[in-house]
Design a protein around this ligand. Sequence first.
Ligand code: HEC
Length: 134
Amino acid sequence: MHKTILTLALAACSVPLLLVAQSGNVTLPQDKGPDKINVSSYPLAQQQAYKLFVSKCSTCHTIARPINTSMTQPEWERYVKRMMHKPNSGISNSQGKEIYEFLVYDQVNRKDKNPSAFSKSLSDEEIEKLKAQQ
Ligand code: HEC
């Protein structure tokens, strides 16, 4: 009985800690941009994938982060895998693939047409530097 209460208490306490650890607790420049995409002109499959993207890619940081980051196709592939493999990402392989395809469509049809409106992906060193400053 007591053991159960203790376990529950520990679990409740570790949730906020886990969230802080996962977000890296850092604000990146792209987090401050818009947090929505108007997908009304996108193909239906991409409109569906957008919903999955918003629900899965906003659990650790704002959805504005990927919405305002420009990457090449191989970079997106690598990055979606990197996010999927973070502890408790909650993203399956097939969901990762669908989100990756959405990100590539959105890159070509929105970001590449207006490159100066988006941030380039930051290196690990740049992210560490921002963490140290905040
Ligand atoms: C489990 C937590 C978690 C989830 C879920 C997550 N991210 Fe992240 N994301 C992070 C962390 C932490 C960072 C900071 C860099 C790092 O530690 O890898 C980050 C950084 C980023 C960046 C910044 C890249 C840069 O170099 O400027 C982008 C873009 C990004 N995530 C996109 C996504 C996308 C797309 C998804 C959904 C497929 C996603 N994230 C889901 C934790 C997460």
